[in-house]
Write a protein that binds this ligand. Structure first.
Ligand SMILES: NC(=O)c1ccc[n+]([C@@H]2O[C@H](COP(=O)([O-])OP(=O)(O)OC[C@H]3O[C@@H](n4cnc5c(N)ncnc54)[C@H](OP(=O)(O)O)[C@@H]3O)[C@@H](O)[C@H]2O)c1
Length: 292
């Protein structure tokens, strides 16, 4: 990864909204330009974005480097719509193409797979646009293994984006990664730092993550890093990068320094500790953090 960076995908949620566990800032214009320039220079070939990332599409469209990247985007399918599924999907895709000034989209992921199979017609509408050549790849973005298991059985798709990290191996342990690989589906890992939580010093980790016995794992992580003189960034990246099932790694940053540390991470052989992974979905799924 250090030489070509072909595995790294630049996430863009941080460009469009307040994101992450600690800084919760939108990336400013100066840092945005620096991050985009450096990504191009270091041969990152893909961007991950979504309709739902604030004014991200407008910022990306204005950036002079945008043509150097293949863009993956995500769309939600509505619970109710006045439009027919084909019309709704075509409208959304044309809007993205216009907003980002593209001729076709590299990849479109369905952002809310929990609505499946009820929303099957939307999936087939997306597939039709792929057949027409407007989209190169289609797939799903998932948070939970049960959604993915349902989808794999019923639909034929190219790509899946899922959370995977040293602390979160739900998709590996459920056998999903192997099944996806057998079917030739490309796997994009995200949340490799759990929105930055894995990179924080023990004292900076918000209290709700340390309530009851939960503090033991964070304390062990912090001590283990110190004893072994390892940086959390290197450990998180080595862990995901060493899994042969993972095709691409999506990372999100707030400034150029973050990105430089990621791109220049030190490859090492690491004996990973036993206190991770955690099993608690409330910690592993950021959508559930407000219930902690
Ligand atoms: N498909 C989906 O539903 C979905 C969901 C979430 C994200 N995504 C995509 O994935 C991308 C990454 O998001 P993620 O949730 O997977 O987050 P992540 O990559 O696990 O963590 C990103 C956060 O880690 C911190 N960070 C990164 N590099 C750092 C460094 N070198 N030093 C210190 N802190 C650093 C930053 O947070 P602080 O500055 O706040 O510490 C940053 O916002 C997003 O931009 C988005 O494109 C997709």
């Amino acid at each position: 990864m250090q030489k070509t960076n072909t595995k790294l995908v630049l996430g863009t949620a941080q460009f469009g909204g307040r994101y992450g566990i600690s800084s919760r800032k939108i990336v400013n214009d100066i840092q945005f330009k620096k991050i985009m320039d450096y990504s191009k220079k270091k041969k990152i070939k893909q961007l991950d974005t979504a309709r739902g990332y604030g004014n991200c599409e407008a910022r990306l469209k204005k950036n002079k480097n945008i043509d150097s990247f293949n863009i993956t985007t995500k769309i939600f399918f509505p619970k109710k719509s006045n439009k027919k599924p084909e019309d709704y999907v075509r409208f959304q895709i044309n809007r993205i193409i216009k907003n980002l000034n593209l001729t076709k989209i590299y990849c479109v992921l369905i952002h809310n797979p929990g609505n499946f199979p009820k929303r099957s017609k939307y999936f087939y509408a997306l597939k039709k646009l792929k057949q027409e050549g407007l989209i190169k790849n289609i797939g799903f973005s998932v948070y939970e293994t049960n959604y993915l298991k349902n989808i794999i059985k019923k639909y034929d798709f190219d790509t899946v984006q899922l959370p995977y990290s040293i602390i979160d191996r739900r998709f590996e342990e459920s056998g999903c990664l192997k099944i996806l690989k057998k079917k030739g589906i490309k796997i994009y890992a995200r949340s490799i730092f759990l929105q930055g939580l894995l990179l924080l010093n023990y004292n900076k980790i918000p209290k709700k993550f340390k309530r009851k016995k939960r503090s033991n794992a964070w304390r062990s992580w912090s001590d283990w890093l110190k004893i072994n003189e390892l940086s959390p960034i290197d450990v998180c990246l080595n862990f995901v990068n060493s899994n042969k099932h993972i095709d691409q790694i999506v990372v999100g940053v707030h400034n150029l320094e973050h990105l430089k540390k990621i791109i220049n991470f030190k490859r090492k052989k690491i004996h990973y500790p036993k206190f991770f992974p955690l099993k608690n979905n409330k910690i592993l799924n950021p959508l559930k953090w407000n219930t902690l």
